[in-house]
Write a protein that binds this ligand. Sequence first.
Ligand code: HEM
Length: 181
Amino acid sequence: MYGVIFDFLRSYVIERHGGRATWDALLAEAGIGYKVYFPVAQYPDEEMVTLANTAARMLNVPVTAVLEDFGHFVGPSLVTYYEMFVKPEWKTFDVLENASSKIHDAIHRHNPKRNPPKLIATRTGEHQMVVTYQSDRKLCFVAKGIIFGLSQKYGEDIQVRETQCMHSGAERCRFEVVRRE
Ligand code: HEM
């Protein structure tokens, strides 16, 4: 996974969980030690899983909660960091619709080892959408958090219900997303 995500994890820990000392403690506890993540370098996916599991242990909360909360934090940060791929008039549903074909694909275009998540967002009504997520990384909790984070950024009241999950043997995760007036 790209270092930019690790760097956002660092910001998340520092801003939400007690500052630089907590980040250093997390790296140490995870057995990684001092490390700087460079945004465009690639790091093993397992390292992200180790960090999330270690954070969950240290906070005494389920790892799914850590991943979702991180997604919530990272959604708006991704839009800001990659603003060249996001039109200013877009809102949550537009970002979701364009996440796979325009955004992830563009980010990975020059990466021979690319393996971005497959996201398909289909509008099922004026205020409803179905989003499917498929990735070997099975980070659907992050995806769910990203949807919430985006809705907060765009000032929308959005409900997300996961109706099938790769963690329960489904081929892909499926979310029903409803925007309330
Ligand atoms: C402006 C919008 C977005 C940007 C700029 C963005 C960018 C990125 C980047 C750079 C990565 C790291 C990929 C890698 O290292 O291979 C990533 C991963 C990921 N993205 Fe996005 N993303 C966006 C929107 C979304 C949305 C809307 C979702 C889900 C609803 C999503 C779900 C994920 C997940 C779950 C991962 C972790 C990798 C995986 O599961 O395979 N992203 N994204």
